[in-house]
Ligand binder design. Structure first.
Ligand SMILES: *Cc1c(COP(=O)(O)O)cnc(C)c1O
Length: 368
């Protein structure tokens, strides 16, 4: 049996007719940037999340970068970021001239440890970027409390958490900004790059509107030095179609993860969900000591896996300048060395999951 890491063909089939209709309309209008399709999707996405505004941007990295900039964070400032995350989270601080200050994650959820956050706060700290990794919610009660106490901004990296909730409230709507990616594999994925910044504050929304479009409110009149980072009409139209299916697809992912956990319990380790949360289950990762060997052997059995992510931020070559060393964030390092993401997508079958789990069981019991 062949089980690819992701397979979106079935997903495409379910939306093909609707997507084609949308694309035809865009072609007929022949209007490709900052038009009605974007406006409509922005409204739909904001409503779906229960947020005041959503602003479509070029990608998730751009969403984070613009959010940091919009809050006036720059040179001499510090931004707290988990040491175990996708590099884009840290880059958002760096490319604004600020310093990412890293914090280790919790061993059970692999999410930023609120107790460690407080230890890293200095006079220079301006913001915390909690990352809802795997689509699982960070401990938002603790994080919002710390932010309030120290008067810090909160920018949620919700790039893996479309539709996930914490105590019933959608992720991305707790902080000053919530940042989303529509990279094709994400829970809500475009057919190319895309992203959005979400906020409940009108003045903060206005700032992103300016920054994503050359600083212009009125065409050709720039108020501030902005950028070009926009979600195009084709992607917005596709995302409107897919948004209608998001809850159903997330539910499928949740059922698949429940099955994986049931079949692999006591065989391998895996992260647990945050209490009182409803994760979107972007990734299902296991932790195995001989990870690289297992990945190779699973590939030989036709099973696709990915490592999210092999190198924590503090050990990335790009971040040599921060002066961190091996051993500084032991939990992040352990996860990076042992983590392996198993095939997961809405239309994976029970047979495929069973095959993956049986194969892993046989490998683990052989003790090699
Ligand atoms: C995907 C992702 C990003 C970056 O999004 P892009 O759209 O690829 O730029 C940022 N943070 C996390 C946690 C992600 O998973």
């Amino acid at each position: 049996m062949q089980v690819p890491f992701v397979n979106f063909h079935k997903e495409f089939e379910t939306i093909q007719i609707d997507v084609q209709k949308e694309l035809d309309e865009v072609f007929k209008n022949a209007y490709f940037i900052m038009g009605q399709k974007l406006q409509l999707f922005e409204k739909q996405f904001a409503d779906y999340l229960g947020a005041k505004e959503a602003i479509g941007v070029g990608d998730g990295t751009g969403a984070l970068f613009l959010a940091v900039q919009a809050l006036g964070i720059g040179k001499g400032d510090e931004v707290i970021v988990p040491s175990f995350t996708y590099i884009a989270t840290a880059l958002a601080a760096s490319h604004n001239g600020a310093t990412p200050v890293l914090v280790d994650v919790l061993p059970d959820t692999h999410l930023i440890d609120p107790k460690e956050i407080e230890k890293k706060i200095t006079k220079k700290t301006k913001a915390i970027i909690p990352v809802h990794f795997y689509g699982n919610s960070c401990d938002m009660d603790s994080i919002m409390k710390i932010a309030k106490k120290h008067k810090l901004f909160v920018i949620e990296d919700a790039a893996q958490a479309h539709g996930a909730r914490y105590k019933g409230k959608k992720l991305g709507t707790f902080g000053d900004y919530g940042c989303f990616s529509f990279y094709p594999t994400k829970n809500l994925g475009a057919f190319g790059d895309g992203g959005a910044v979400v906020t409940n504050k009108t003045n903060l929304a206005k700032q992103i509107h300016l920054l994503r479009n050359y600083g212009q409110e009125k065409k050709y009149y720039s108020k501030i030095k902005g950028y070009n980072s926009r979600l195009d009409e084709l992607q917005a139209a596709i995302l409107s179609v897919k948004l209608k299916h998001l809850d159903a697809w997330n539910k499928k992912r949740t059922a698949h993860v429940a099955m994986y956990r049931k079949l692999l319990k006591g065989i391998v380790d895996f992260a647990s969900d945050t209490p009182n949360s409803t994760p979107s289950h972007y990734i299902f990762a296991i932790q195995v000591p001989q990870r690289d060997l297992m990945q190779k052997k699973l590939a030989e059995k036709g099973i696709g896996t990915i490592i999210h992510y092999p190198v924590p931020v503090h050990l990335q070559e790009a971040y040599k300048d921060l002066g961190y060393k091996k051993g500084d964030f032991p939990i992040s390092e352990k996860i990076a060395n042992t983590t392996l993401s198993l095939p997961l997508f809405p239309y994976i079958t029970k047979e495929e999951i069973t095959y993956v789990c049986d194969t892993i069981k046989k490998m683990v019991s052989k003790k090699d």
